[in-house]
Design a protein around this ligand. Structure first.
Ligand SMILES: Cc1ncc(COP(=O)(O)O)c(C=O)c1O
Length: 428
């Protein structure tokens, strides 16, 4: 549990930052967030002297584990040369080539600074390219913190989205049409009515922002077909899944291609990044070659480029995927066994190297199913694990991520903690 030093820092932070933090999820660790001073491999070290096994990985990016020597070396080397020029660098060419090799061969890239910026730019690009105004988004999918995607379903999943934040004008939200994940009919209904005005369908191919929800067989393919039928673009938001489900992300994993791909997290090696990638014909509409405006002081930041490139080079050995998969599958299986052993109503969703447990009766195939789950139980599990030195996401709505640093030994330690934690949950 967080100690006195963290408590003091948080009390001070409460007077400096709204809610004491700079991104809301960080305040979900109760009774107050722990403050980290150092990280290495699978471990976070807190200012209170604790060592935690980290399954949050900065909410996804740290797929190689913390402070990976190859990434560290690349970053140091770049720092020695200076770190922000406001000019192009050779590094951005190298990283773009790597990305295009796995996502859009022969295509183009625009580097930005976050997943939010990537989806914002991708949506503007789709609108500019098609000359249409609507986008279709799935209830419960998260694509960042800008107006077009801070929109959810109204009552009875009305087709026009309603703002899911104060400050998002209703008029803006109405341009986002809301469908249900894993429910092709809900998309078809919208496309029948508005299809000729839909610029893009944007989707997380595996939902990673409502726990973990894989697409049902045929769902992504169905989206591809509907987009083609109505002349809309399909934006695959692979900010989480990109370079996580394999070098080619979810699109390779499920053999379905989007027209535009957005990336972030892993591809920056732990430094701020967002990527829009797609075919030349679409991408050339970005300024300065086209008329869809995008710009950024820090776009293609050299340190990020160096870290991203080093990360992909390590990923290309295949070893990180093997280790992370082994860890996640063992842990997911352990949780399943414990649920069954203690006759707990719960289900585990697992994809490759990410998973989540939901305390709910029946399958979880949509964010609507997640809404039925017992979040109180999840929070208890989080707390029980934290008190045993294991950090999983503090919210049911996030994923448990494995990394290349979660070796068999680390997994064994985690399994022992899971066994204790579930026993305790059952006793309560
Ligand atoms: C699928 C997806 N898209 C976009 C974003 C936004 O990325 P960022 O937090 O880097 O702005 C996230 C963040 O978690 C995400 O999971």
């Amino acid at each position: 549990m967080p100690g006195e030093k963290s408590k003091k820092l948080y009390e001070e932070a409460l007077s400096l930052f709204p809610g004491g933090v700079n991104s809301p999820i960080r305040a979900a660790v109760k009774p107050y967030p722990f403050y980290v001073s150092r990280a290495e491999g699978p471990y976070l070290y807190t200012v209170d002297g604790e060592r935690l096994i980290d399954y949050v990985l900065a909410y996804g990016p740290m797929f190689l584990g913390h402070r990976h020597p190859r990434v560290l070396e690349a970053v140091k080397e770049q720092l020695e040369q200076g770190w922000a020029y406001g000019t192009p660098t050779e590094l951005e060419i190298k990283l773009a080539k790597k990305i295009l090799k796995y996502y859009h061969q022969g295509g183009m890239v625009r580097f930005v600074n976050s997943g939010t910026e990537a989806t914002m730019a991708a949506i503007r690009l789709a609108r500019g390219y098609t000359g249409r105004k609507y986008i279709v988004k799935f209830n419960g999918c998260y694509h960042g913190a800008h107006d077009a995607v801070l929109v959810g379903a109204g009552s009875a999943a009305a087709e026009y989205g309603v703002p899911s934040s104060l400050g998002v004008p209703e008029e803006a939200a109405k341009l986002t049409l809301i469908a249900r994940f894993n429910d092709l009919e809900s998309v078809e209904r919208i496309m029948k009515k508005h299809g000729d005005q839909v610029a893009a369908i944007i989707v997380e191919p595996v939902v990673g922002n409502a726990g973990v929800i894989p697409p049902k067989l045929g769902f992504l393919k169905g989206l591809r077909e509907l987009a083609d039928q109505y002349g809309a673009l399909l934006i695959m938001d692979e900010v989480i899944t990109g370079f996580r489900l394999g070098l080619g992300g979810a699109q390779e994993y499920y053999s379905v291609r989007g027209d535009i791909t957005t990336l972030g997290k892993i591809v920056g090696g732990g430094f701020p990044i967002g990527v829009v990638a797609g075919p030349r014909e679409i991408m050339e509409n970005f300024t300065p070659s086209g008329k869809v405006f995008n710009a950024g002081t820090f776009n293609a930041h050299p340190v990020t480029m160096a870290a991203g490139l080093a990360t992909i080079e390590v990923l290309e050995t295949g070893e990180p995927y093997r280790v992370a998969r082994e860890a996640a599958s063992k842990l997911a299986k352990t949780v399943e066994d414990l649920i069954s052993h203690y006759s707990i109503k719960a289900t585990v969703n697992y994809v490759e190297n990410m998973f989540q447990v939901f305390f709910v009766d029946g399958e979880v195939a949509s964010p609507e199913d997640v809404a039925r789950s017992n979040r109180e139980m999840y929070n208890k599990l989080h707390q029980e694990l934290l008190s045993r030195g294991i950090f999983i996401a503090p919210s049911q709505m996030e994923a448990v991520f494995a990394s290349a640093a979660h070796t068999a030994e680390v997994v064994e330690e985690t399994i022992a903690a899971l066994e204790d934690a579930f026993k305790r949950l059952r006793e309560q």
